[in-house]
Design a protein. Structure first.
Length: 80
């Protein structure tokens, strides 16, 4: 991964979109995964051979969502 650090807050109305781009004379095929909201879009560009990195990102996102569910459950039980 090329280095860039960015921070933004996901909101309930955040959107995500996958776009597939075919090969052209100037570049090979790639996939764009865009996550956005009102002011900021983050685009991840993935080329062939990087599917495992996207799968790892999906697993990490699922783990983060499960942690948020647990936090919400704990708060609902009055423990937070």
């Amino acid at each position: 991964m090329k280095s860039l650090t960015a921070s933004t807050h996901l909101e309930p109305d955040s959107t995500s979109r996958v776009s597939v781009f075919g090969a052209t004379n100037d570049s090979g095929p790639f996939v764009s995964l865009r996550i956005g909201g009102e002011l900021i879009d983050i685009a991840l560009i993935a080329r062939p051979g990087t599917a495992d990195a996207l799968r790892a990102l999906a697993r990490a996102a699922d783990e983060a969502a499960a942690a948020l569910d647990q936090i919400a459950d704990t708060a609902a039980d009055g423990d937070a």
